[in-house]
Ligand binder design. Sequence first.
Ligand SMILES: [Ca+2]
Length: 274
Amino acid sequence: MTRNLAFPFALSLALLASCSSLAPSKPTAELSASAPVVEVGRMISLSLRLGMPGGPPRITWSASSGTILPTLVDNEVDFLAPAEPGESRIVATASSGGRKIGAEAVVKILPAGGLKKTAEVIVEVDCGSLEKVWVDPAHPAENFAPPLKIKGTFSLDVDTGEAQAGGSWPSYAMFDDGSHGDRVAGDGIWTMRFVFQKTRTKVYFAFDDANAYRPGFESGLAWRLKLAWRGVDEAGAGEVSDANNLFFIPDRDQVVAWTADMAAKSGMHAEAPK
Ligand SMILES: [Ca+2]
């Protein structure tokens, strides 16, 4: 009898063993976040969904950066993003009846404003620096004549600032009257404000002014400003010009500025090197 009973017992053990190797009987854990990205210092919610036999599991949470904030429910927490952009790896571990299972999620931490869909681009030119500019041997000391104009591969609603990348170099008068993003009226810094839908498309731009000497598509002074800006940029960070033109990429809020310091470094007040 004992032998006869032993066989079915062994068989059922084998069946159990083979069942336990199949997915349905394995504990499962899935970690989900209310959003896959969050701005620095902002909060999202995290939830751990468990399929686990046995009594109520004990759940522990950790994050490689940022702060885990408990809620009233063990399997849900809030995540407070750190002050620095980057990534945080969040791990939740559940244990019950000697079994342990974990799940993890990576949350991307964006800079402040990173989730905003629009990018504000302010272009500023210190036109006080555009005096006695060397353009060519016959025009060695040209002076800025207002208004400064900006043109480029964009379209713009001047009143609202709404702008789109792309376009065939329309020209718009900039402002030195405290409007359209201009910070101080009458200080010689001419400004234009653009609000783009964020894009990685390069927006090329150049300037013009009312100076009478016009050797090409713009005044000689504006042409010299472009060359000088490119020269300073290429000597420096190399972020706002390529082989042909100045550009910005409206993928974030930014100020694109030509300053008196840059003018002094550019050599635009002396004959250009041959
Ligand atoms: Ca101004």
